[in-house]
Design a protein around this ligand. Structure first.
Ligand SMILES: [Zn+2]
Length: 157
């Protein structure tokens, strides 16, 4: 029954109203690298503070637009919080097949307008339309060095 493709947590993404303020709080109370900065991602229209904490990648995500993915989510619940957990999988197609065989369906990637596995900067990702304990599930098959090179070539990076 358990999904044998799931290896580890790739990242946890938190929806926040203000990435600097959230980062400041994490830095004050926890062990966050001092050089952590808030970066702007023009394509997904997000501002993100990304750091490793306890061996897990944290992403504090603020929408740049009032109706953006994270802003809309905060408005809907009237609260910031854990938006999704991304699980690294060995083979994303096998992971999705397994999940779908056990009743999952796919959720659209709002940044790309795509259902199911598709390329992102770090790997192939997909979202399930079945929140677990209220938390969205993302799968990522991290690129090999060759796949990363190919992705960056296509994107003109
Ligand atoms: Zn996408």
């Amino acid at each position: 029954m358990n999904n044998p493709q799931v290896k580890s947590i790739k990242h946890m993404a938190f929806a926040v109203r203000n990435a600097e303020a959230a980062l400041e709080t994490y830095s004050r109370f926890l062990d966050v690298p001092a050089d952590t900065k808030v970066l702007e991602y023009a394509k997904s229209r997000n501002r993100v503070a990304l750091f490793m904490l306890g061996g897990i990648e944290y992403q504090l995500c603020q929408s740049m637009d009032a109706d953006g993915r994270f802003a809309a989510w905060i408005d809907q619940r009237n609260a910031e919080g854990l938006h999704h957990i991304c699980y690294e999988v060995t083979d994303i197609n096998a992971a999705l097949e397994h999940a779908q065989a056990h009743g999952a369906s796919l959720r659209i990637c709002k940044a790309c307008g795509v259902y199911g596995s598709h390329p992102h900067p770090e790997g192939y990702v997909a979202f399930l339309d079945n929140d677990a304990g209220g938390i969205e599930i993302e799968f990522m098959q991290v690129y090999t060095a060759e796949e990363l090179e190919q992705y960056q070539k296509v994107q003109g990076i």
